[in-house]
Write a protein that binds this ligand. Structure first.
Ligand SMILES: [Zn+2]
Ligand SMILES: [Zn+2]
Length: 159
């Protein structure tokens, strides 16, 4: 494919950019790649876990260190092992119905359904407003932090 050839021509620029990037940026990039692609996960696992004698020794065969959790703040899946940086964007406030939004102009709760529900939040986010920043339901998180998971009994998460 032509786009592949272009990709390879572009490689020297990419390699250059990678060599000049700072560590935190590289870590963020690797975490994103690991989330997006199973191939990237395998490669990163092989490079970072298997080649490292200290990690390999403390690791049992069937239990890789990388562990995915759903973040309480942004509700995205993240790798617990790569959670050092501020990569979580979330809203600390509540998502409230914005009855003045355009999207509700012709909305009659009696025939179109109650506005203040989780389903409406999913389907018509533009009709809601974040308490914290007054952005609409589609606005990017106004706070940045590390991902967080509540402690819960490990049993519940066993397959
Ligand atoms: Zn907010
Ligand atoms: Zn998060």
């Amino acid at each position: 494919m032509a786009s592949h050839e272009r990709d390879f021509e572009y490689m020297p620029h990419l390699v250059n950019a990678i060599r000049q990037a700072d560590v935190v940026r590289l870590q963020d990039t690797l975490v994103s790649m690991a989330i997006l692609s199973a191939e990237a996960r395998r490669l990163i696992h092989a490079k970072l876990l298997a080649d490292n004698p200290a990690t390999a020794a403390s690791q049992t065969k069937n239990r890789p260190i990388a562990k995915y959790e759903i973040c309480e703040q942004c509700h995205k899946k993240y790798n617990v092992a790569g959670n050092g940086q501020k990569i979580c964007e979330f809203h600390p406030g509540r998502l409230m119905a914005d009855y003045g939004a355009d999207v509700w102009a012709d909305h009659d709760e009696d025939c179109h359904g109650i506005i203040d529900t989780d389903e409406m939040r999913r389907n018509l986010p533009q009709g809601f407003m974040w308490q914290c920043c007054r952005g609409d339901g589609k606005a990017r998180g106004c706070k940045t932090a590390t991902h967080m998971t509540k402690e819960r009994p490990a049993k519940r998460f066993r397959p």
